[in-house]
Design a protein around this ligand. Sequence first.
Ligand code: HEM
Length: 128
Amino acid sequence: MAPFDDITELAIAALVERFYAKARRDPLIGPVFNAAISDWDEHLRKLCDFWSSVMLTTGRYKGNPMAAHVKQPIEPVFFDRWLTLWRETADELFAPAVAERFRDKAERIAESLKLALFFRPGTIRASA
Ligand code: HEM
C-alpha cells in the first residue's frame, strides 16, 4: 500500500528526499549532483519549494531552473534516467492516480528543460 493518497507538503518532502537519495547514488546522473551540490539540506529545501509551487501552486519557489541546468554537464540521455527514478519513487510513495500526476508534471518540465538545453536552431534542417 502506498503511504500517501494526497499531495501535501509532508508527502512532497518524502518524495524529494527519497528521489535525491537515489539520484545521487545513480552511476549515470549521480556524479552531476555530487559535483554541483555541497549543501544537500539547502538543495532539498529548494526542491521541496519547487514541487510545492508546481503541485500545490503555493508560489514558494523563486528560482530559475533553466539557468541552473545550463551550466551542468548534462546529456540528453540523463533525462531518461532522471525520469525513470522519479517515476519509480512516485510509484513507491503515492496512490497510482497521484503518482501519475507527479509523473506527468515531471515529464513536461523535463521536456522543456531538454528543449532549452539541447535544441539548436538549424540542427533539424542540417540532419534532414
Ligand atoms: C538529467 C537530469 C537532471 C540533472 C542531472 C539535474 C541536475 C541538477 C543540478 C546539479 C542542480 C543544482 C544546480 C546548482 O545548484 O547550481 C539542479 C537544480 C535543480 N533541478 Fe535539476 N537536474 C535534472 C533534471 C531536472 C528535472 C527534470 C527537474 C524538474 C522536473 C529539475 C529541477 C531542478 C530544480 C528546480 C533545481 C533548482 C534550481 C535553482 O537553483 O533554483 N531538474 N539540477
